[in-house]
Design a protein around this ligand. Structure first.
Ligand code: DGI
Ligand code: FE
Ligand code: FE
Length: 193
């Protein structure tokens, strides 16, 4: 089934706080603008943006239990930092309980926190729009937004780099997928130049 905006919004009002609801609207707007700029599908961008954090506010223990039950734990680090699981949970939930069939949108939702090697442009868009939506206000955010308009792949690389630096500075463990995503984007950009 197609993921209809009306259905996602309905669901989101039931499972998200007002603050998180405003965040998903901002991610969707930003993702649509970037999609139009780069010739990607704005409908897919909007749906993925609206749906990316649906599972974010489930109690973390429930997130871990569901991830176990749905076989979504792939790395030891997934259990050590369970806050990275909500994208995979959101995508699984939509696919299996709401019969959403758009695998591009589902992948963009599933991988929006950590990325993965071989990301599609839609996946890059949601990963990056999440970090740089209009209410984010860390010092480098304007530069990151501009770089995403200039070049989606290089802009996404800059976003992943920002995340790596942030995690290192706050002494949080870096998930192997974040490292692999960074290396993969670097390699792809170098091959393309
Ligand atoms: O759900 P959002 O807050 O909108 O954003 P998100 O899905 O990107 O989640 C952000 C959280 O994910 C933030 O607390 C940092 C964390 N995160 C991202 N990459 C990594 C990570 N945490 C760890 N431990 N390792 C990572 O590589
Ligand atoms: Fe998220
Ligand atoms: Fe988010």
């Amino acid at each position: 089934m197609e993921l209809r905006e009306e259905d996602v919004l309905n669901l989101a009002t039931r499972v998200l706080s007002e603050e998180r609801f405003n965040h998903i609207l901002a991610v969707a707007d930003h993702a649509v603008n970037l999609a139009k700029h780069h010739g990607l599908d704005p409908v897919q961008a909007r749906c993925a943006g609206l749906a990316h954090d649906l599972a974010k506010e489930l109690p973390i223990k429930d997130q871990l239990d569901l991830a176990r039950r749905w076989n979504l734990l792939h790395y030891p680090e997934d259990e050590q930092s369970p806050y990275v699981l909500h994208g995979r949970l959101s995508a699984y939930w939509l696919e299996h309980y709401f019969k959403v069939g758009d695998s591009d949108v589902l992948a963009a939702i599933a991988n929006h926190t950590l990325g993965r090697p071989g990301m599609s442009h839609l996946e890059m868009l949601i990963y990056s729009a999440d970090l740089t939506e209009s209410s984010r206000d860390f010092p480098k955010v304007d530069k990151l937004r501009q770089s995403l308009y200039d070049d989606l792949e290089k802009g996404t690389l800059a976003c992943v780099k920002h995340t790596l630096i942030y995690l290192r500075e706050s002494k949080r463990p870096i998930h192997p997928l974040t490292e692999l995503t960074y290396e993969d984007l670097q390699r792809r950009i170098n091959v393309g130049t």
